[in-house]
Design a protein around this ligand. Sequence first.
Ligand code: GLY
Length: 374
Amino acid sequence: MRRTADVVVVGGGVIGCAVARELARRGARTIVVERGEVGAEATRAAAGMVAPQAESSGPGPLLRLGIASRERYAAWTEALAAESGVDVEYRTDGIVYAALTAADVRVLAARARWQRAAGLRVERLAHPRRHVPALGPQVRMALHFPDDHRVNNERLATALVVAARRAGVAVLERTPVAAVRARRGKVTGVDTGAGPVDAPVVVNAAGAWAGRLGLPPGVAPPPVFPVRGQIIVLRGGLEVVPRPLYSLRGYVVPRVDGRVLAGSTLEDAGYEKRVTAGAAADILAAACAMVPRLAGLTLDTAYAGLRPATPDHRPIIGAAPDLDGLVHATGHYRSGILLAPITAEAIADVVMDGRTALPVAAMRPGRFARRRRR
Ligand code: GLY
């Protein structure tokens, strides 16, 4: 069957679905083509942190983009709940960051200093155990990032796909894309396992697989590669971990249903999504060092996902420099959940208006081509 659209979005993760919903709301006939099931890859394997401050390694364009996206989250999730009927469990109770060693204390104190200098709120907790009674004796100091939030990423994926469909998006699951088609330097559509789709615009939101999209000869694939992250799920711990906790060695995040997610790893394992015994031991050791009572919880499950990483750890957002009609929305690495609302807005601006005023200049696809020529 031959289909026609204004835009084809390749990839049905949080980024692809958010982009598609936004495009449809602005009047573009949009089709999402997903080779598996929507939200089943990095989106599902995430922990759901909306935490540009806790997860930041320093000031710069990525932090600015993260903060701008975080500012959109409350209104965005409220709109998604209204459109989909799905509560995405957006919570704004902040994130506590614990230091377990003298070196950790120095790292966190420096982070608090530069973030305050940048005008961001960071509280040094005088009595961390008053905020989280279960913190263990190893915790020497803790920061609170009151403006960092969280969401249930599994429910977010469901809400997004329902909202996208209700906005008019067609979602084709279990449909691999074999190739992006082009004529005279312009995109003309994609060839899929379910037949061709004619469209003048293709958005590459294929996550860790974005560099493997079959592009026409001479068009550079985005330099995206997979970085595996493993998560261990415990059950029965809401009173033990009432809010997300970080240390420099890992994090634990509570879910409304009583699950506690402990993560994660940063591994070069290709496209393999195994959970390994060694990583599980490291993740649980880091979690229990923060909160020893976690050792008494029930082990529920474990899974792994592949973060789409780039050489500079910044996402790739914008029009491809070498093919008219190809737009990249990928490479979100550790921040796909956080950056979904602003990515959707920026990509919809680029597709509909040819440009965006949002702070994505440092995320432009062409930056790697210049680096290669040096
Ligand atoms: N943002 C959480 C992680 O990458 O593990």
